[in-house]
Design a protein around this ligand. Structure first.
Ligand SMILES: Cc1cc2nc3c(=O)[nH]c(=O)nc-3n(C[C@H](O)[C@H](O)[C@H](O)COP(=O)(O)O)c2cc1C
Length: 260
């Protein structure tokens, strides 16, 4: 038997290899953390612009995003807040912290969020002095986890410009079709509110009957993915309702929104 073929030496080589590999992995995880965060931010900016139809080929996302005015809104009052620094705002910690969020009872928690943060970021795009789009962060449970995205509305606060998801765990080919460009294109021009302000937008089962009066409030369901489709309907109902951006939208419609 060769001298190297001992259990002791095999273990030393195996353990050394494990140590070197784990050191390399830890080092890269720490070194790449900032880059990962930067990429996540860039991806969110890309989705915000895409929802509002503002992406332009050949122009950097970060350059295009300079035209977006980010505001913090108090969801309770529907007024913009200037006390919280936008760079300090983090949705996850705000929604978990009892001092910056409320617990949702099961009768209102249609998007299965458990808690709702008291403040959110909203994104405004102006053309000159005129509001061109408002982009609202939305989220809610699908089949496998929370789907997070952005809904962009026209300045009438009821016509959809676009809906984009940037994070979800739905199955590719089934619920994952929420990312399908053909399905996303259906949302443009749909309306979210009835004339008396009820949230009517929903993803139905099957295809929308275009001759129906309700078709402007309806989007084709994803086949084989009714649970995800219902999740999308529910998250939109929640965030467009009184517990979500309802108060802000009411204020903005009345042009009464003032900075706190
Ligand atoms: C492995 C697997 C993954 C699935 N992924 C999803 C999904 O991402 N979204 C969804 O709504 N349904 C998914 N389903 C199907 C649901 O269990 C359920 O059958 C479906 O939502 C019903 O939709 P339908 O009425 O359009 O058939 C999945 C099923 C299996 C077996």
């Amino acid at each position: 038997m060769n001298n190297n073929d001992t259990i002791k030496k095999t273990l030393i080589v195996a353990i050394s290899l494990c140590l070197v590999c784990s050191a390399l992995i830890s080092f890269s995880a720490v070194e790449l953390r900032d880059l990962q965060e930067a990429n996540k931010t860039l991806d969110k900016q890309n989705k915000i612009l895409s929802a509002a139809g503002l992406l332009e080929e050949g122009i950097d996302t970060s350059v295009l995003f300079e035209s977006i005015n980010t505001k913090i809104v108090n969801l309770e009052t529907g007024l913009f807040d200037q006390n919280i620094n936008i760079t300090d705002y983090e949705e996850g910690s705000f929604s978990r912290n009892p001092s910056t969020s409320i617990e949702l009872s099961s009768d209102v928690d249609i998007a299965l969020l458990k808690r709702r943060e008291n403040f959110q970021t909203v994104y405004l795009h102006y053309e000159g002095e005129l509001l061109n789009a408002i982009i609202l962060p939305v989220r809610g449970y699908g089949l496998w986890g929370t789907m997070k995205g952005y809904l962009a509305l026209e300045p009438n606060f009821k016509t959809i410009i676009g809906l984009e998801f940037f994070d979800h765990k739905e199955t590719p080919g089934l619920g994952g079709e929420i990312d399908n460009p053909k399905w996303k294109a259906i949302w443009k021009g749909k309306e979210v509110y009835s004339d008396n302000g009820d949230v009517l937008i929903s993803v139905i089962k099957g295809s929308v009957d275009k001759s129906s009066n309700d078709s402007k409030y309806q989007v084709d369901g994803l086949s084989g993915a009714t649970i995800t489709s219902n999740g999308v309907s529910n998250l939109l109902s929640f965030w467009l309702g009184d517990m979500g951006y309802g108060p802000l939208i009411d204020n903005m419609k009345l042009q009464e929104t003032k900075d706190v």
